[in-house]
Structures are given as C-alpha cells and as structure tokens.
Design a protein around this ligand. Structure first.
Ligand code: 3PG
Length: 391
C-alpha cells in the first residue's frame, strides 16, 4: 500500500484517521499508548508542512452525542505529547469545521469530534464519507485498531480522496504480515480470553500455521466439559463443545501440539478475598469456579514459550485484573519477556496485561489493535486497509 511518505503533503489538508479510542476513568486517560503510537505520523506531517485534521471514534455512542465520549481528553493529551497547541472542535463535519480548517496554517493540528456521534459512521453512509472528504485533499489512515471496521471514516472516505497509510498502520501491517507469512519456527500461538465463540477462527488458523497452540483463560473450560470433566461454576460455551473437540482432533490430524492447562486455580467467589485452591483439571469441585491456570501449567507454557522463535499472544490466561487470579497471565507475560523468540502481543486485554505487569519494553511488538489484530491473525482482509491506494 502507498504510505504517507510516498505522496506530497506540503500545504495539503490531510484528513488523518487515528484510533484514539483510549481507556478513560472519570474523564482521565489511563493508557495513552494509542496516542503515543500515532506521534511519528503526526510529527512527520507537521514537519512536512501539512494541515493535520485528526478524526477518531471513542467508545460506542451509537450515533448520539455522549459527553463522556468526547475526544477532548485525547486532544489535550496529544497537545502535551506534541508540545504544541492542538485545537479541538466539537463537530466533525459541516460549515463550522470547514471555516476552522480554512484558518489553518501549514503544520497546524486540529482534532475533530468523535465521528461516531453521527449514525452514518458505523453504517458507512456515503453522504457522511463525502462530508469528511470535503474537508481535505488527502486521506491518511493510521487507525490500525479500527481497520477491521468498514465505517465512513475508515473505509468510505477512501473512495473520495487519494488514500494512503500512516506510519503506524504501515508498521503494524508489516510486522504482522512478515511474522505470519513466513514464520520463524518453532512458532507458538497463545490464545486466551473468555469465550470460545470469539476465538474459533483464530484457533483454527493457528492450528494450521503455528507449531504449538497454547490455550488458556475462560475458554478452556469448554474444552474440559467437552472431555467429560466436571467444571463446577466455570465459564462455558455449551453450544461449542463439539467445536472444542474438533480442535483437539484437528491438532492430532495436523501433527500440531495443542497445550491445554493441566491444573487450575479455582475460587469460591469472584473477588480478591475469595478462597482459592489449586486442582488438577479433572478435579474441579462442583461449587467452585476456574479462574486462572495453575502453577504446573504455568511452567509447561513458559517452557514452550522459551523454546520458541516466534510467539503470538492474544487473550489472558485468567482474571488478571484481580491480583490473586493474575499469576497465570503474569507467568505467560514474563515468559514472553524472557524468551529469545520474537514476541507479538495482540492488542486489547493482552496488551493491557503486559502494561500492568510493566513488561512493555521487553516485547518486540505490541499491537494497537485488539479486534483488528485478531482478524488479521484469522487471515481476514481488513476493510480499512483494502480501501487504501496501492503503490
Ligand atoms: C478497539 O478498541 O478495538 C477499536 O478502537 C475498535 O473499537 P470498536 O470495537 O468499538 O469498533
């Protein structure tokens, strides 16, 4: 795909889609990684003398104006990080926006309001896409985290303007595609998270392309139930028992190593002061709930990770947000930090875990996309990428 470096941007009005969908608590940003990661593209455009018009979604306001989902805190943080004044507008299309853009000097940066305040955004309404396109001369997509969405500001607009990728988009695509198209082996995929249904496609794909597939987190109990074990009050997708057995079969047929936990931390309550015990997977007590992988499992998983040349991780091993249930996820994160192999951390929960354990600097690539990196790993095409111009 063509990148922002392949086109002339000087004096141009650039509509740049970013993913500033950052976590907020009481109006304060708790993790600004996504904003930081767009700085190279924004700085490049500023230095080249472009007029930088930033657009993003935040949360899921469903086409309504929701004050807590404004982009005001993100724009303020961007201004701090850039060390430069950044104007935040309260709208994302229309005459007022056009008038503000007309006043911009080369190198100025403005942030538009949350594009999802318009119903047309998620519907990929052509009228809204046109209204965005009217604001600019060039479209730059740096929102890898939203590239799996075919929305007006991620896909529709690209049909009306020259459309190129930003530097973050370029980096994400090149790291992920290089790693997955010609993986260094042994290649280990770690798939966690709570629901089998969200991970079916990725497990299938990873069984095909990886050598080892490690499964942890809430989704494992569906496997155990399918194998006839008591799972107590653990999470389960009852309509996915066959699917789970199918994965075990597929791994055997393809000669791949599928690692499931051998021991489990169970708890009698979903809280930090609950009673816990460690049990083998075939001995989960009826009234208890599986909440994390056990110590034997952590060792087995860590050994596999340490012997791998490529590790791709998506989804936590347990309820890592609660300290007593975080050890399994921490052990996997630490093994990823220590291995000599190349580590790619899918965005979303796994990235949040790595951040929480302060191991960010030890990973080779932490994706800014949760759903987007998952869909990429599944081998799906991302509509926000397809819409960009080819070299
Ligand atoms: C994300 O956080 O994964 C992206 O910003 C996409 O958000 P969405 O799932 O609301 O489309």
């Amino acid at each position: 795909k063509k990148s922002v470096r392949d086109v002339d941007v000087k004096g141009k009005r650039v509509f740049m889609r970013v993913d500033f969908n950052v976590p907020l608590e009481d109006g304060k940003i708790t993790d600004d990684t996504r904003i930081q990661e767009t700085l190279p593209t924004i700085k490049y455009l500023v230095e080249q003398g472009a007029k930088v018009i930033l657009a993003s979604h935040m949360g899921r306001p469903k086409g309504e104006v929701v004050d807590s989902m404004r982009l005001t805190p993100a724009a303020a943080r961007l201004g701090e990080l850039l060390g430069k004044s950044v104007k935040k507008l309260d709208e994302s299309i229309g005459e007022n926006v056009k008038a503000e853009i007309a006043k911009m000097e080369n190198g100025d940066v403005i942030v538009l309001e949350n594009v999802r305040f318009h119903k047309g955004e998620e519907k990929n309404d052509p009228e809204l896409a046109k209204a965005f396109a009217e604001l600019a001369d060039l479209y730059v997509n740096d929102a890898f985290g939203a590239a799996h969405r075919a929305h007006a500001s991620t896909e529709g607009i690209a049909h009306h303007l020259p459309a190129v990728s930003g530097l973050l988009m370029e980096k994400e695509l090149s790291v992920l595609s290089k790693a997955l198209s010609n993986p260094e082996r042994p290649f280990t995929a770690i798939v966690g998270g709570s629901k089998v249904k969200d991970k079916i496609d990725v497990i299938n794909k990873m069984l095909e392309i990886a050598d080892n597939v490690i499964i942890g987190g809430g989704l494992t109990y569906t496997f155990f139930k399918a194998q006839g074990h008591e799972i107590g009050k653990s999470l389960v997708d009852n309509d996915k028992l066959e699917v789970a057995l199918g994965f075990i079969e597929k791994a055997k047929e393809l000669g791949k190593n599928l690692y499931l936990p051998v021991d489990i931390v169970v708890s009698d309550d979903f809280s930090a002061d609950a009673n816990t015990q460690i049990v083998p997977v075939d001995s989960i007590p009826a009234e208890w709930e599986g909440i994390d992988i056990g110590p034997k499992t952590r060792e087995i998983f860590a050994d596999v990770i340490k012997d791998s040349k490529l590790i791709v991780w998506n989804g936590p091993m347990g309820v890592f947000e609660i300290e007593p249930f975080s050890h399994g996820t921490r052990a996997v994160a630490e093994a990823c930090a220590e291995t000599q192999g190349y580590t790619i951390i899918g965005g979303g929960d796994s990235a949040a875990a790595v951040e929480k354990f302060k191991l960010k600097d030890k990973m080779d690539h932490i994706s800014t996309g949760g759903g987007a990196s998952l869909e990429f790993m599944e081998g799906k095409v991302l509509p926000g990428v397809v819409a960009l111009n080819d070299k």
